[in-house]
Design a protein around this ligand. Structure first.
Ligand code: NAI
Ligand code: MG
Length: 350
């Protein structure tokens, strides 16, 4: 019997709904395969928790989190708590302290989805740097409220951090038979950070002559996503650029609620964390209409990471069958079903 310990952080808004439904899918997987079981440790860390305690997680939060095989997160952030507080006190410390420096984000059209683009030939991965860059959180706020009020926001790009993400992306391309890699830059305007990024890219790409690689400014690349999605195979980007490009990528599939992500610590020294790319969607929170498929896809990624490829495939096959039938799908992708109804349909296939 393989027993996996999962730390669950539903978080806020629709995060709570999608993790509840995700647990049902995991329970079903365990029932189908008697050789697997999941032990959940559900943690209440959220904006609600912050309003009660003044913290997004307890002081020993990281040591509690460490004791598991993987972390599954819904989303955090809710009106009443500034977004930079919820993000910087929960999500970002986990990514940084657990050295989850790879944020793996597949963007793939599935049969049954309908893209707002004319071109539905979309199947690529965005590999986002997840531990430094624009999200380092360093800056200064001077002379608040005065005419000369000034703020500064720094980025940190280290050789170690930049080289390892670029190398990871090239290795991923090689291992997965992807012959084409694009590095996202903006070295015309960001004359330190992105010039440095481009220099390291030039160094690293020399080791991968078998992969066609090029760089593109982020603004042009955003246009390219829309015009030529079929040419994309592997995109590697800094923390901020990858964040922006992947909401765009998921929207290209029809909804921000579709795409999954894995915050990976490739060395396995710390647990990795899996979460749909969307946020807590306060505009639809409590309505029971959130699309849970980003979470189911995320769970499939997590299972694959845990060595359960067969189970991961089962979830993806069930999901695609429900999408193709088109009956029990949520509103954001053109149906009428509630979050729970869509899950019910997937459980029925499973
Ligand atoms: P968002 O992703 O929550 O929502 C953007 C739009 O997409 C909204 O109209 C929402 O209704 C829709 N949407 C998102 N997920 C959906 C789903 N599963 N089904 C159907 N529709 C969906 O982004 P927004 O509005 O910028 O952020 C809301 C809150 O979430 C903020 O507090 C933000 O800081 C937080 N956030 C948290 C993230 C995380 O925990 N990883 C990631 C992104 C945002
Ligand atoms: Mg995002």
């Amino acid at each position: 019997m393989k027993k996996f310990r999962l730390n669950l952080i539903p978080g806020d808004g629709i995060g709570v709904d999608v993790i509840r439904e995700g647990r049902r899918v995991l329970d079903r997987i365990a029932t189908i395969n008697g050789g697997i079981s999941f032990q959940y440790n559900e943690l209440p860390w959220s904006c609600e928790y912050y309003l009660k305690t003044g913290k997004m997680m307890p002081d020993d939060g990281m040591s509690i989190l460490r004791e598991c095989d993987a972390i599954l997160l819904g989303a955090v952030g809710f009106p009443g708590v500034p977004d930079h507080v919820s993000l910087r006190q929960l999500l970002l410390p986990i990514r940084v302290e657990f050295d989850q420096y790879v944020n793996m984000r597949p963007i793939k059209m599935l049969p049954g989805l309908s893209s707002p683009l004319k071109n539905e030939n979309i199947d690529f991965v965005c590999i986002r740097e997840n531990s430094e860059g624009e999200y380092c959180g360093i800056g200064e706020w001077k002379n608040a409220g005065q005419p000369d009020e000034t703020v500064m926001q720094q980025s940190i790009f280290t050789r170690k951090g930049t080289e390892r993400i670029l190398r990871y992306a090239f290795e991923y391309a090689r291992k997965n038979g992807k012959g084409n890699l694009i590095s996202s830059t903006k070295s015309n305007a960001l004359n330190y950070s992105m010039v440095f990024w481009d220099n390291i890219f030039e160094e690293v790409r020399k080791d991968y002559p078998d992969i066609r690689s090029s760089k593109m400014h982020i603004d042009a690349l955003a246009g390219y996503f829309i015009m030529h999605p079929e040419r994309l195979q592997v995109v590697v980007a800094s923390n901020l650029f990858g964040d922006i490009l992947t909401d765009l990528g998921s929207a290209m599939l029809g909804s921000i609620g579709i795409s999954p992500s894995g915050n990976i610590n490739p060395e396995g020294k710390y647990p990795s964390m899996f979460e749909p790319i969307h946020g807590s969607a306060p505009d639809i929170a409590g309505k029971g209409i959130a699309n849970p498929m980003g979470t189911f896809w995320t769970i499939a990624m997590m299972l694959e990471h845990l060595g359960c490829k067969e189970e991961a495939d089962k979830i993806m096959i069930a999901l695609q069958q429900v999408l193709k039938e088109g009956k029990a799908i949520t509103r954001d992708i053109g149906g009428k079903a509630s979050t729970t109804e869509m899950t019910d349909a997937i459980l029925a296939v499973l």
